[in-house]
Design a protein around this ligand. Structure first.
Ligand code: CIR
Length: 247
């Protein structure tokens, strides 16, 4: 299963931190969102829609609102105050699925986009939307090993790096603060090539904007499925932010 949330009418007003604003085609964004959900569904992840939040421009980026781990769901407290209202319906959705609901307590903040899970270890980006204290809370609430990682050159840790099914971390070097914190790091030739959703042991979902990286991963034996998410990329979104896998 994967949580998803359809974009609202105010999508084009989404927050921007590292890039300049370009016009967003909201109609095209809706079509791309349906294409993304269909791709996930074709790959075997049953989509579960979180109630829309039309008043929140960034609510389509559901990954930032909740972190799922085993039977637990940690409802975040987003770093951007304008995004905090996104979590209420996400909390209802995970409660309805029967998950154990946990909550990140203020004044700390956490965006799910800063949480990269590799083999049971949680790498958490700090320096942007997520506070060091959130790392301590995640470790205690989910009883996991947390490795705080500096993030100053990208919006979220997973804007800079993600992991392949074998645990190799991929990233576009100029966006990564410190590649040495990861056991195995592989540089990719395109910035959006840093973003992979691991579907299963040999399948990843990637953006259409990273054809060279997709070819590189295919050479490594992976099945790389690509979807066009150009309108979300204009808002600093990527393939990972548009869903949350529920195990
Ligand atoms: C924001 O700045 O919060 C949104 N415009 C983009 C959030 C993307 N989410 C993610 O990378 N996890």
């Amino acid at each position: 299963m994967a949580l998803v949330r359809r974009p609202g009418p105010r999508l084009s007003e989404g927050l921007l931190t590292h890039i300049d604003r370009r016009p967003v085609d909201v109609g095209l964004a809706h079509d791309q969102w349906h294409g993304y959900v269909e791709a996930l569904s074709d790959l075997g992840w049953q989509p579960v829609e979180v109630e829309p939040a039309p008043e929140h421009p960034d609510s389509v980026f559901i990954e930032d609102a909740v972190v799922c781990w085993g039977d637990s769901a940690l409802v975040t407290r987003p770093g951007a105050p304008s995004r905090r209202g996104e979590t209420a319906a996400a909390e209802r959705a995970v409660a309805d699925l029967g998950l154990r609901v946990l909550r990140l307590e203020g004044p700390d903040t956490l965006d799910g986009g800063d949480v990269l899970k590799i083999d049971g270890r949680f790498y958490i980006g700090v320096g942007g939307r997520t506070t060091p204290g959130a790392c301590t809370q995640v470790a205690e609430l989910l009883d996991v090993e947390v490795i705080p990682v500096p993030v100053t050159k990208a919006l979220h840790l997973k804007s800079a790096v993600t992991a392949l099914p074998d645990g190799t971390v991929i990233g576009y070097p100029s966006r990564v603060d410190d590649t040495t914190v990861f056991e195995r790091f592989l540089a990719v030739p395109e910035e959006p090539g840093s973003h992979a959703v691991v579907v299963d042991d040999r399948t990843v979902l990637m953006a259409a904007s990273a054809p060279e990286t997709a070819a590189m991963l295919r050479d490594r034996g992976l099945h790389a499925v690509q979807v066009d998410i150009s309108e979300f990329e204009k808002l600093e979104g990527c393939v990972t932010c548009l869903s949350v896998r529920v195990r």
